[in-house]
Design a binder for this molecule. Structure first.
Ligand code: SF4
Length: 242
């Protein structure tokens, strides 16, 4: 008998409007190899601490189909995390099953993991939301605790598969909130063939209480959230389709 593939689930968002185009069902999968200093979901890190149980392929399809009336022409499903690519075997099968139902599938990856099944998942996905944690390898490592080679392997894989990509970059005060950095980002992502959009996301400090609750030291303790006006100006430099 074929084993039923499943992934540890952190949570589900049923009317997601910020993780890909249109309205989406967003499955946040549990587990992440990175430890980003600004992570606002440290409760997704540990593979075995998920609170929402197990998500089977069948269950993912059933739940995704419920949202279909709201998806419109561009919505669908996004697999996020944590880092969803660590659930490669599950994702590959889940995407196939969702495609059989005609549901658009996006994968939201942090760029900090590349495993045996990652290329296959990227090939199957309709869209990859790709975080660029930092364009400088030393800063990337400092910020995430991971080496940057995984990001380059993902870029190779999306190019090879001709998968569409939305680039996402968190802008952190004092780290990368300069025009110079954003212009460098534009250069950096020229390596990605099918960029459909670049989104800058402002750092916010709302996760601080979560760290306290989990007893994890928070490196950015006391730091202010990113200024909205400054972020808008940087966004115009990064990507302004108008
Ligand atoms: S990759 Fe995402 S989930 Fe993982 S630590 Fe970084 S911000 Fe958090």
């Amino acid at each position: 008998m074929k084993k039923e593939l499943a992934a540890k689930l952190h949570s589900i968002e049923t009317f997601g409007a910020v993780d890909g185009p249109g309205i989406r069902t967003v499955f946040f999968l549990q587990g992440c190899p990175a430890r980003c200093r600004y992570c606002h979901n440290p409760d997704t890190w540990e593979m075995n601490s998920g609170t929402a149980g197990i998500l089977t392929v069948e269950e993912a399809v059933r739940k995704a189909k419920r949202g279909r009336p709201y998806y419109g022409p561009s919505g669908g499903v996004t697999f996020s995390g944590g880092e969803p690519l660590i659930h490669g075997e599950f994702l590959a099968e889940a995407i196939d099953a969702l495609h059989e139902e005609g549901i658009h599938c996006a994968v939201d990856t942090s760029g900090t993991y590349f495993g045996e099944k990652s290329a296959k998942v990227i090939e199957k996905a309709d869209l990859v939301l790709l975080d660029v944690k930092h364009t400088d390898p030393v800063e990337f490592k400092k910020l995430t605790g991971r080496d940057m080679d995984t990001l380059f392997r993902i870029i190779e894989a999306v190019n090879e598969a001709e998968t569409s990509v939305w680039i996402r970059q968190v802008i952190v005060p004092g780290l990368n909130d300069t025009e110079e950095y954003v212009r460098g980002l534009k250069e950096f992502i020229r390596a990605v063939d099918k960029v459909e959009k670049v989104e800058l996301l402002g750092y916010h400090n709302m996760a601080e209480p979560k760290y306290e609750k989990l007893g994890i030291p928070y490196v950015y303790k006391g730091m202010k959230s990113m200024d909205g006006e400054r972020l808008r100006r940087l966004q115009e430099i990064a990507w302004n389709p108008a």
